[in-house]
Every structure is written in structure tokens, then in C-alpha cells.
Design a protein around this ligand. Structure first.
Ligand SMILES: Nc1ncnc2c1ncn2[C@@H]1O[C@H](COP(=O)(O)OP(=O)(O)OP(=O)(O)O)[C@@H](O)[C@H]1O
Ligand SMILES: [Mg+2]
Length: 353
């Protein structure tokens, strides 16, 4: 997967621009020059949403009423043009000049992975980001997981409604059975995934810290208070009915589970330094890159925006070494990073002059 050219119109602070990318490209410029916006435009064509806002209107240049992004690239040895226009809350997508009627049909066409300051949230105390990350990742490589997850959440919503509104208890039992059934697949896949993740994280930590076996990843199950034992979810519902009524929501199940990551037996989310949390976030994302490669046979484009700002020079250089093995890397730095000799430079400050 490669990005060759990117053209943006009325996107963030840009009126109309065309940028060309090589296998290695570094975007530099002072604060507010537009480095993140360029990365954001490329990433937009992966997910059709931004990684820093869920409000697409914010992406339109102030004073304008629409934006357009066109990306020329290469996938599986073939050139493509992917274009999107956002206007009046609608997103019009085209592939090689042909309109794509449903956005969902364009997912997975152009794959990129973004490394940014938001990755630190993956090692935060709040489980939500980790859960979303794991769910999104397994969903991209396993349709059955995605379907189970959607069904699970829709049943969960109905079950919570009954708990809240003092609804029909018989219906509650039906929903409990249905949730329990859906959760089986989710548990199985998540547990498999975590074993894989532990291996990948350890390999990466070994490269960066030159020490082995540091990282342990454990599934934290809400249905048995932590240790994952194979107690059916249904039993948990049956024995805790009054508790759930009191809380007015579903208190057990995959939607509340977490993964616990420890480095040298210390949970990173509670005790990690800022740098350690950042590093863990980055290694989780590298694991994502590798997993996508194993499943689609091509490496995604690596986008790195300000992701290393909390790391020391040695770790930054070690990570950059790791990224050398990926086909295309686009990175932002406020100033030129002197160790990156082989990078093409897009200097936004120079453009302004
Ligand atoms: N919708 C918009 N219309 C016009 N300007 C915008 C819009 N959204 C953001 N901007 C401005 O665009 C500029 C570029 O923002 P961006 O975040 O891309 O900068 P950056 O180079 O990544 O800066 P930093 O080094 O601080 O991360 C900022 O001055 C920002 O205020
Ligand atoms: Mg930025």
C-alpha cells in the first residue's frame, strides 16, 4: 500500500494543495503550519473519519462549505485514485472515478495506521479505548466477530432498557440467553488475540529495551471479578438479577471486560511513566500493523504524527529503526530530525515564504 499524491481542497487551514510522497517522507513546520492536517487527510481515506475529531464539519476550512480529498496511490501492484467530498453532512466517495454508493463498500480499500499522541490512551486507566482498539482490530480481520459484536450491543441495549424501565422479566431471560450466546465467540477470539498480542509486544519490547519476557497480557473478565474462568455468562446473570436491577444496567459481559498489561509485573495503566505509556501505545499499534499484514498480505501506510514527543532520543531512534522495515512511512516533526537522512522533506515553513 502506497500514497503517491495527495490533493486537498478547503481542508483545515489549506485552500488548495498537492503533495507528493516517497517511501520515506518527513513533514516539518512550526506549530500550526498544518503537519497534522496533512496526515489527517491521508488517514481520512482509510476510515472516512478523522482520528482527532468526530465532527467532520471541523475539517472544512473556515468560511467554506465543503472539502475534497483526492489520493493517488498503489495497492497490490495497481494504481488507484480514491476521492472523497464532504458537503452538507454527506460524504461522496469515488474509486477510480466511479461513485461508490455505500461508504461501507470503500472500507479497507486504502489501509493506513496512524501513530499519534492519542495512542497513550491505550494504556490509560479507562478500559474503553483498549476495548475499542481490540474490537476494531479483530473486526477488521474477522467478519464473524464484527457481526457478533453488533448483535451483542443491540441485545445489550434492549436488556439495559428493561432493567431500567422495570420491564418484563421473561424478556430479560431471553435477552440473557442471547447475550450469553454471542459472548462466547467474542471471548474466544479475544483470548486468542491476547496470546498473539503478548508475543508481539514482547518481541517489540525486546528490540527497544534489549530485555526479554517483560510484558504480560491478561484478560480481565467482569463476569468473575478478574480471572477469566469459563463460567457461562448466563449463570452470572441468573445469580445477580437483583444486583443488576438495582444498578439498572447489565453488569457482566464482554462490554465491560478489559485487558491488563503489565511490564515487569507492574500494571502500566496505574504505574507507568508517561514515556512507558506512550511506548506501550506505540507497540500495540505496531502489533496492529503486523496483524493487518498477516491478514491482507500488504503493509498499511504508516503515518506518524507527534507520536514520539514523550520519548527520549535513544528510544525514538530505536523505534525509527523498527519503522525502517515498513514500505512507506510518513512522519511529522516540528523540526528536521537529523538522523533521518533518507527521508524526503516537505517543509511547510518554506512553502509559506
Ligand atoms: N477548519 C479549519 N479551518 C481553518 N483553519 C483550521 C481549521 N482547523 C484547524 N485549523 C488551523 O490549521 C492550522 C494547522 O493545524 P495543524 O494541527 O495541522 O498544525 P500542526 O502543524 O500539526 O501543528 P502542531 O505542531 O502544533 O501540532 C492551525 O493553525 C489550526 O488552528
Ligand atoms: Mg500537529
Amino acid at each position: 500500500m502506497h500514497v503517491k499524491n495527495l490533493s486537498i481542497v478547503n481542508f483545515r487551514n489549506f485552500s488548495s494543495k498537492l503533495y507528493t510522497f516517497e517511501d520515506r517522507t518527513m513533514i516539518t513546520g512550526v506549530n500550526g503550519s498544518g503537519k497534522t492536517s496533512i496526515i489527517e487527510a491521508i488517514y481520512y481515506l482509510t476510515n472516512f473519519k478523522s482520528f482527532r475529531t468526530s465532527n467532520d464539519k471541523k475539517l472544512i476550512k473556515i468560511g467554506e462549505d465543503s472539502f475534497i480529498i483526492n489520493l493517488e496511490g498503489e495497492r497490490g501492484g495497481e494504481d488507484f485514485v480514491l476521492g472523497i467530498m464532504y458537503k452538507d453532512t454527506k460524504k461522496l466517495l469515488s474509486i477510480n472515478g466511479n461513485r461508490v454508493s455505500k461508504l461501507i463498500n470503500g472500507f479497507g480499500f486504502f489501509v493506513s495506521v496512524i501513530f499519534s499522541t492519542y495512542d497513550k490512551l491505550l494504556s490509560d486507566r479507562v478500559a474503553l479505548y483498549r476495548r475499542k482498539f481490540v474490537d476494531r482490530l479483530i473486526s477488521t480481520i474477522d467478519n464473524e466477530y464484527f457481526e457478533n459484536l453488533i448483535q451483542y450491543h443491540s441485545i445489550l441495549k434492549r436488556r439495559n432498557f428493561i432493567l431500567k424501565e422495570e420491564g418484563d422479566k421473561r424478556l430479560l431471560e431471553t435477552y440473557s440467553v442471547q447475550l450469553s450466546e454471542r459472548s462466547l465467540y467474542l471471548y474466544e477470539r479475544r483470548l486468542e488475540f491476547i496470546t498473539y498480542f503478548e508475543d508481539v509486544l514482547n518481541q517489540l519490547y525486546e528490540k527497544v529495551f534489549e530485555r526479554k519476557g517483560l510484558v504480560k497480557v491478561k484478560y480481565f473478565s467482569s463476569k468473575d471479578g478478574g480471572d477469566f474462568k469459563d463460567i457461562p455468562l448466563l449463570e452470572k446473570f441468573k445469580t445477580n438479577f437483583s444486583f443488576e436491577k438495582q444498578k439498572k444496567r447489565t453488569m457482566f459481559g464482554p462490554h465491560l471486560d478489559d485487558i491488563l498489561i503489565t511490564v515487569e509485573s507492574i500494571p502500566v495503566s496505574d504505574f507507568g511513566s508517561e514515556g512507558e505509556k506512550t511506548l506501550l501505545g506505540i507497540t500495540l499499534k505496531i502489533a496492529e500493523l503486523n496483524l493487518i499484514y498477516e491478514n491482507i498480505g500488504e503493509y498499511p501506510v504508516v503515518l506518524i504524527d507527534d507520536a514520539f514527543s514523550e520519548l527520549d532520543r535513544i528510544k525514538t531512534n530505536k523505534l525509527l529503526e523498527i519503522f525502517e522495515s515498513y514500505p512507506q512511512v510518513i512522519i511529522t516533526f516540528p523540526k528536521k530530525w537529523e538522523n533521518l537522512e533518507n527521508y524526503k522533506i516537505i517543509d511547510l515553513d518554506r512553502e509559506k515564504r
